[in-house]
Design a protein around this ligand. Structure first.
Ligand code: SF4
Ligand code: SF4
Length: 110
């Protein structure tokens, strides 16, 4: 499994926060902060848009660092991703991500 794949199987390389961070793209940070503020009804600022990947060392967004229940659960269980977890097939925590993102499930199984 590539390190840049998140615990849930999503590909962090496709996330605008990751792309803005690795390219130090301030315009993309501003655009992403605006969009995420609207989607989450929360005051997300451009300086919050810094993330080097869910399973990587380095910067994380507040969501990835402290709010995502999937990441917390996987860290607590000590699995390398949900793909290594014996509860995956019946897991309600990661289910909606996998139902809405078939490629995430492929990444976990692959
Ligand atoms: S922070 Fe959560 S949603 Fe984002 S890639 Fe990691 S496990 Fe998936
Ligand atoms: S219980 Fe669910 S969220 Fe937690 S590590 Fe297993 S598959 Fe992932």
């Amino acid at each position: 499994m590539e390190d840049i794949i998140g615990y849930c199987g999503l590909d962090c390389e496709k996330c605008d926060a990751y792309i803005a961070t690795v390219n130090d793209d301030q315009a993309l940070r501003e655009k992403t902060a605006k969009l995420w503020s609207e989607l989450n009804n929360a005051p997300i600022l451009p300086e919050h848009i810094n993330c080097e990947g869910c399973r990587m060392n380095g910067a994380k967004t507040v969501f990835c660092d402290s709010l995502c229940g999937i990441r917390k659960c996987a860290l607590n269980k000590g699995v390398s991703t949900c793909g290594d977890c014996p509860k995956l097939d019946n897991c309600q925590t990661v289910r909606s991500i996998l139902e809405n993102n078939p490629s995430a499930l492929e990444n976990l199984k692959g």
